[in-house]
Design a protein around this ligand. Structure first.
Ligand SMILES: NC(=O)c1ccc[n+]([C@@H]2O[C@H](COP(=O)([O-])OP(=O)(O)OC[C@H]3O[C@@H](n4cnc5c(N)ncnc54)[C@H](OP(=O)(O)O)[C@@H]3O)[C@@H](O)[C@H]2O)c1
Length: 271
């Protein structure tokens, strides 16, 4: 019978206060999901955590101490550090606590074999937009109760959007959601370069390109439409939009994006 895991007032230990761990801590405090005093964040050199200390988040270098008093442990170290860090905290990471790993590429079964106890485990793959509360986070789990999963959805829901997937899709999620940020940046940068060539200064071209992409994405997210429906609204017969779009396709635009996504996937996929 899975235990109840109520969402309010959980004590959270973030192990690995780097870019992602710090962004999560900051987001959870800024959005009011957690009281600052309910979060402890660790790394070996805590001197870089001053901003979080100022917000009232507790910091330290003792992972065991942090895990001991926590209900939820968020693991945010580099993949090669996982084995050593988990082995160091496994005696405190007892059933009843929830482990959330945001580490890329380390399977739940691999963490299980280190922990050797049936602790509930969730893997989450956010992207860098988590720093502004606009992440796309994909999560999968093993042994987590409905209320633990609800908690995880609430937590990452405060930091952007969340979707639950099978663990076998985590590598695909890394490509579409995490590498996807870089693909989108290249698309925007190319628009800026084109914008400068047709007359804008760089700053104005950057603003127009970024806000236009944001608006286009929001049209899909808020209206639930398909991209082609929105394209139809912009393409006047014999007009400039369809002429530009067709030229992009002649040059292999969609094909190059699809091949890029698949190439990234082949680079990390284990199947
Ligand atoms: N950045 C992203 O947007 C993103 C997105 C999805 C997933 N990820 C994954 O998230 C993880 C962290 O990424 P990151 O970009 O935040 O890396 P990072 O900035 O290098 O953060 C890792 C942190 O772990 C700390 N650390 C190392 N050994 C430790 C130990 N024994 N105990 C406690 N803390 C320790 C390091 O600080 P000290 O050296 O001071 O100990 C460092 O601050 C990676 O596995 C990455 O694949 C990142």
């Amino acid at each position: 019978m899975p235990h109840q895991f109520f969402t309010m007032g959980k004590k959270i230990a973030i192990i690995g206060g780097g870019n992602l761990g710090s962004a999560i801590a900051e987001g959870l405090v800024d959005t009011g999901f957690s009281e600052a005093a309910d979060i402890v964040i660790t790394k070996r050199n805590v001197s870089t955590l001053g901003r979080l200390q100022q917000k009232g988040v507790r910091t330290g270098s003792d992972n065991n101490d942090a895990v001991k008093s926590a209900d939820v442990v968020i693991l945010a170290v580099k993949p090669f550090q996982v084995a050593e860090v988990l082995a160091g905290i496994k005696n405190e990471l007892v059933p009843g606590k929830l482990l959330i790993s945001v580490v890329t590429g380390v399977l739940i079964s691999e963490m299980d074999s280190i922990l050797q106890s049936p602790v509930a485990c969730v893997r989450a793959m956010p992207n860098t937009a988590i720093a502004i509360g606009e992440s796309m986070t994909c999560v999968c789990s093993r042994n987590a109760s409905a209320s633990e999963l609800e908690y995880v959805n609430d937590l990452f829901g405060k930091l952007g959007k969340v979707v639950t997937i099978d663990e076998k899709l985590m590598e695909a999620a890394t490509v579409l959601a995490a590498c996807g940020t870089a693909y989108a940046m290249r698309f925007i940068r190319a628009n800026i370069q084109g914008g400068i060539e047709i007359g804008f200064d760089a700053a104005t071209a950057s603003l127009i390109a970024a806000q236009t992409v944001k608006g286009a994405a929001d049209l899909l997210l808020r209206k639930g439409t398909h991209p082609e429906q929105e394209i139809d609204k912009v393409t006047t017969p014999k007009g400039c939009t369809i002429a530009g779009l067709n030229e992009m396709e002649h040059q292999g635009f969609s094909s190059s994006l699809i091949r890029g996504v698949v190439t990234s996937y082949k680079k990390i996929a284990r199947d």
